[in-house]
Unconditional design. Structure first.
Length: 177
């Protein structure tokens, strides 16, 4: 019995020595897995949708949340979800909450209908996290996200430009590689 206890103790001591000798980066989650976890946490936030555009910057295990959200709860949810992830250190929430505006709400709905009411782009609105996001701030529209072709990007831009009340349009849509 004493030999078994001694062997167990020695095994644990050797294991602790080996683990303490590993660099800190090796013990933490790999950066790529952490990025995937953060993306998943943000995209599964219940209030995150087509009128929000969130991103992040990862510095070691510290996360800076970026982007724009239509609702304050979206900002809060994203911050809480990311902070709960294993391997995440400090979370800095720099998400900007867009100002309340009845006019912007009308523009959002008009741009949404213009883009996704066509047979060409409706597929980008499917699912809980659409691949095209429409950001409206004081009449200025920004399209964010990923589309399949350059033609789809141009078609989305043209659709948003024809909406009345839009002061300017910025197209940040990226074409899938």
């Amino acid at each position: 019995m004493k030999k078994l206890l001694f062997a167990t103790f020695m095994f644990m001591a050797i294991g602790m020595f080996i683990l303490s000798a590993l660099p800190q980066e090796m013990a933490a989650l790999p950066e790529i897995q952490l990025e995937k976890d953060i993306i998943q946490a943000i995209s599964r936030a219940p209030h995150y949708g087509v009128f929000d555009s969130l991103s992040f910057k990862l510095d070691g295990n510290n996360v800076t949340l970026l982007g724009q959200a239509m609702l304050p709860i979206t900002k809060d949810e994203a911050g809480k979800r990311v902070a709960k992830l294993t391997g995440v250190g400090k979370v800095t929430n720099n998400i900007v909450v867009l100002p309340l505006s009845h006019t912007d709400d009308i523009i959002r709905m008009r741009v949404y209908r213009s883009l996704f009411g066509t047979a060409d782009l409706y597929r980008y609105a499917l699912g809980p996290n659409p691949s095209i996001h429409i950001i409206v701030n004081k009449g200025h529209v920004t399209l964010e996200g990923i589309v399949s072709t350059a033609g789809d990007s141009r078609f989305a831009e043209l659709g948003a430009r024809k909406v009345s009340g839009v002061f300017s349009l910025t197209n940040h849509l990226q074409v899938e590689k």
